[in-house]
Ligand binder design. Structure first.
Ligand code: NAD
Ligand code: ZN
Length: 366
């Protein structure tokens, strides 16, 4: 399955290919030197074998590895990579290939967008979250000690190659984070996709290839439909933040002990409650999160005042007052006159956080 899309504002063309075993085929040309950026886990499992195969095929390529984990999205790692590229003789004619999860695709994207004022980029996402979210839409970035993703660029790769087979090696815990983003895409954009996930959740959890491929294609289409209409995040793209105003606050307050997927799942339910979704819809959403193995217990433990404080730093906020994406129903978000997010009065937010503590865990279970 190939999807070609054009970034109209910049005339960039991106080719997205989603195909099991695509990485086993001859996909790279040998006319440009390749610099592969990966993390230690993915290098061992996927990037090193690919690099060796390409070398055998006469392609000039070298692998640059960073430690696995969020800490590698730092200015130190970025500078070190740029120096290593320079020392290895890479110039404007090279291509950077990021092979890994969202940490690697964000970091490699940022390096590619700044090295020699920008060199071509190819992304090979290897986590479900990177396939349906991080690798699509052109956002790149690194963290500052004070704030996640604070420094970055909008830079489109020339190609994205998605091989669902690489997910066989992804641990289930982080695989669930990707499933939560797929569910979020259904919630904000397409009720049929939400229902399809409900019907296929066991097959997705077993990583059945044809089911995974369909789920990834549908989810990528939703992310692209939204991100390409609003590359600079001035309106529609805010929808992708559904569940994330509360979710990011939970991650921060828990010192990142609560995973992104769990925090966003709780965030989707609390923001669904703030949207006045019917009880039956909230039950349906909670049931699906339970079925993919997300435990919602963290919701009872995080102090409401700390969540309120942490939400002041949300990027959608104005003058430190948070704004929320809200839903009319499963599959349909409110447009709020093109802002796609809205202020909600303090009292209602406090009540919703109380509901999170005392009632969220009473929602239906499978
Ligand atoms: N740019 C964007 O639009 C965007 C959107 C969402 C998230 N992100 C970013 O993505 C990052 C999170 O990405 P993530 O969840 O993929 O985490 P990650 O990149 O840290 O990967 C999770 C873990 O899985 C390992 N891994 C990756 N692929 C594997 C595979 N196939 N087999 C075995 N192990 C594998 C990694 O080494 C790592 O230890 C965050 O930094 C977030 O800010 C960016
Ligand atoms: Zn997310």
């Amino acid at each position: 399955m190939k999807i070609n899309y054009e970034i109209l504002s910049r005339r960039d063309k991106v080719q997205l290919t989603i195909e099991p075993e695509i990485l086993d085929s001859e996909i790279v040309d040998n006319s440009r030197p390749l610099a592969i950026i990966s993390d230690e886990n993915v290098a061992k499992l996927h990037a090193k074998p690919l690099c060796q195969k390409w070398k055998k095929g006469g392609i000039s390529c070298q692998l640059f590895t960073v430690p696995a984990g969020e800490n590698s999205k730092s200015s130190e790692t970025m500078t070190s990579l740029q120096l290593q590229l320079l020392q290895a003789g890479y110039g404007r004619d090279c291509v950077i290939i990021g092979i890994g999860g969202g940490v690697v695709t964000d970091l490699a994207g940022f390096v590619a967008s700044t090295y020699c004022r920008g060199v071509p980029l190819i992304l090979i996402p290897t986590t479900l979250l990177a396939m349906v979210d991080a690798a699509l839409g052109g956002k790149t970035g690194i963290n500052l000690p004070q704030s996640k993703n604070f420094v970055g660029t909008i830079y489109q790769p020339e190609s994205i190659w998605i091989d669902p087979n690489v997910l066989e090696t992804q641990p289930l815990d982080s695989f669930r984070d990707g499933l939560v983003e797929m569910i979020k895409h259904g919630l904000i954009w397409d009720a049929n996709i939400f229902s399809w996930i409900e019907q296929n959740v066991e097959r997705l959890l077993k990583k059945e290839p044809s089911t995974l491929k369909k789920g990834i294609i549908d989810s990528c289409k939703i992310k692209l439909s939204i991100a390409l209409r609003d590359t600079m995040e001035t309106g529609l793209r805010r929808l992708l933040n559904f569940g994330h105003t509360i979710g990011h606050a939970i991650e921060t307050v828990s010192n990142y002990e609560v995973s992104h997927g769990t925090a966003v799942a709780i965030g989707c339910l609390v923001e669904g409650h703030l949207s006045h979704l019917a009880q039956s819809d909230l039950d349906r959403i909670a049931k699906l999160f339970h079925r993919i193995g997300i435990s919602l217990e963290a919701a009872q433990k995080i102090p409401a005042e700390k969540i309120t404080q942490a939400m002041c730093y949300d990027k959608k906020g104005i003058h430190s007052v948070p704004r929320f994406v809200t839903l009319e129903a499963i599959g349909k978000a409110h447009s709020h006159k093109g802002d796609y997010c809205t202020f909600i009065n303090e009292n209602e937010i406090s009540k919703a956080l109380e509901w999170m503590h005392h009632d969220l865990h009473k929602l239906a279970r499978p």
